[in-house]
Design a protein around this ligand. Structure first.
Ligand SMILES: NC(=O)c1ccc[n+]([C@@H]2O[C@H](COP(=O)([O-])OP(=O)(O)OC[C@H]3O[C@@H](n4cnc5c(N)ncnc54)[C@H](O)[C@@H]3O)[C@@H](O)[C@H]2O)c1
Length: 262
């Protein structure tokens, strides 16, 4: 009888809210997980979770990307999926932002992700195929005020995903993007957890979301599991919004909403 092979996955940005949630969900589903983040101290949670190993790496370093893919191949015997999820936020209009910060966002969010894809492809080829998932954002699908560099970086990774999908599909390698809307319990949205947050600000934030609330990290993880698993075998090159419907509108009128449900 043929022995069943465990699926293995590398997840970057694994010390953060969404990254950790997807690691935990995939581990619960039986995947072997390599959890990667530049912040080793915030990966200690991996010690308490079966099937998850930690790896400290900065995704802006080409060698580091090769190292974590090699480590996963060595530990798990191969890599079936890679989730490129690490990113940094950066507010400001194009004129406000310091040029060094603009370069940093592009270096991490775009170039770091591109390096991850370049390192993942040979490993997936060695496995005979597999899946890459990039965490983009609704900011990869539409513009936003005072967020020019981040928005540009996320649009760029969506373009990368669509292009690479066309290049490597014939090899049995799929690549997709998830485009989260506002998600709680993450480093990027820690201000939402502040009990002193003005309810008016919260109301303003969710006003444009048809489902009238922010997402939980595990709601992203559920869709991410689908996009790396064989259940999505015929899906490639998409940038899937998971945003409570936030970007469905024309922007001219807000969605219908009952009183007080912000
Ligand atoms: N939270 C949201 O509302 C939201 C919305 C849309 C998209 N996203 C995207 O979701 C992804 C996950 O972010 P999150 O919301 O969990 O935020 P987070 O800040 O909790 O997690 C991001 C993680 O990436 C890591 N990281 C940053 N730069 C790195 C580097 N150079 N090398 C290695 N690791 C690095 C950080 O240490 C952090 O642990 C990001 O791509 C983000 O842009 C988040």
């Amino acid at each position: 009888m043929q022995e069943e092979r465990l699926l293995s996955v590398v997840v970057t940005g694994a010390a953060g809210g969404i990254g950790r949630a997807v690691c935990e969900r995939l581990a619960r589903s039986g995947w072997q997980v390599l959890a990667v983040d530049r912040d080793a101290g915030r990966l200690v949670w991996t010690e308490q979770v079966a099937n998850v190993a930690a790896f400290a790496a900065d995704i802006t370093c080409a060698q580091a990307n090769q190292d974590f893919i090699a480590a996963a191949e060595e530990q798990f015997g191969g890599v079936d999926a890679v989730v490129l999820n690490a990113a940094v936020p950066m507010g400001g209009t194009l004129e406000q932002i310091a040029w060094a910060d603009f370069e940093k966002v592009i270096a991490v969010n775009l170039m770091g992700t591109a390096l991850g894809i370049r390192s993942a492809l040979p490993a997936l080829r060695r496995r005979g195929g597999g899946a890459i998932l990039v965490t983009a954002s609704t900011h990869g699908l539409a513009g936003e005020i005072e967020n020019a560099a981040y928005v540009a970086s996320k649009h760029a990774v969506v373009g990368l995903v669509k292009s690479v999908a066309r290049d490597v599909g014939w090899e049995g390698i799929r690549i997709n993007a998830i485009c989260p809307g506002l998600t709680r319990q993450t480093g990027m949205t820690s201000f939402l957890e502040d009990p002193a947050i003005d309810p008016a600000i919260m109301g303003e934030l969710v006003k444009g979301i048809p489902l009238q609330r922010c997402a939980e990290p595990d709601e992203m993880a559920a869709v991410m599991e689908f996009l790396v698993s064989p259940a999505s075998a015929y899906v490639t090159g998409i940038a899937m919004p998971v945003d409570g419907g936030a970007i469905t509108g024309s922007g001219l009128r807000g969605p219908a909403s009952g009183p007080g449900n912000y």
